[in-house]
Design a protein. Sequence first.
Length: 245
Amino acid sequence: MIRQNPPPPLPANQTLYINNLNEKVKIEELKKSLYAIFSQFGEVLEIVAAKNLKARGQAFVVFKDINSATNALRSMQGFPFYEKPMRINYAKKKSDAVAKLDGSYIAKEKKMKEKRKPNEQGGDTKRHGMMPAMMNMMSGMMPAVPGIQPSGSIPMPPMPKVAGGSEVPHKILFLTNLPQETTEKMLTMLFEQFPGFKETRPVPGRHDIAFVEFDNDQHASQAKQALQNFKLTPNDAMRISFSNK
């Protein structure tokens, strides 16, 4: 029996290809969670994940530099993400975000126009109409989540009072300045990488604060030091202090 040699490893580059992702997770939540756990390794330029059936369970994470991508690949390989271990490799092709940085980017619209020139008269209008949707699907690093503006005619419920933070070491951490799109699952995946993690406790009625408990104050201090000012989104840096409890 002839043994086939395994394919050569892909060359290191800024873009990581991730598969074996949980297909039940909504795309927007998936992209936000991927950003939250991968941005700890360096600046993330883009997260690409598609809704179509063929692309489910897959995503691309684009870093600004190769070192960040390599560290992320080594550290997160097999990481249990929504109860499934991630499989990570370097992407085969350069992403648009990287191409724009190094000056080699060619707009997809221009490429498609050149290919369609012979068939522009009486072309397939259905296929033509699909292109803007495909471009929107694959563009952008993290889609902006609009803030929910309360109507002036509907009174807002009173915000629950929560004890503030402290700098005296404690096994429970107090998180503040969390963006509106933060979820309990997102915080859990971020903090469970550290030894001694026990649970994440969101505060009902408050999206901007939460508690994270460890088995002792030493482990809590380690996570606090590592994730202080960590950006869950490109514009929101998380603040961490010890709980007053």
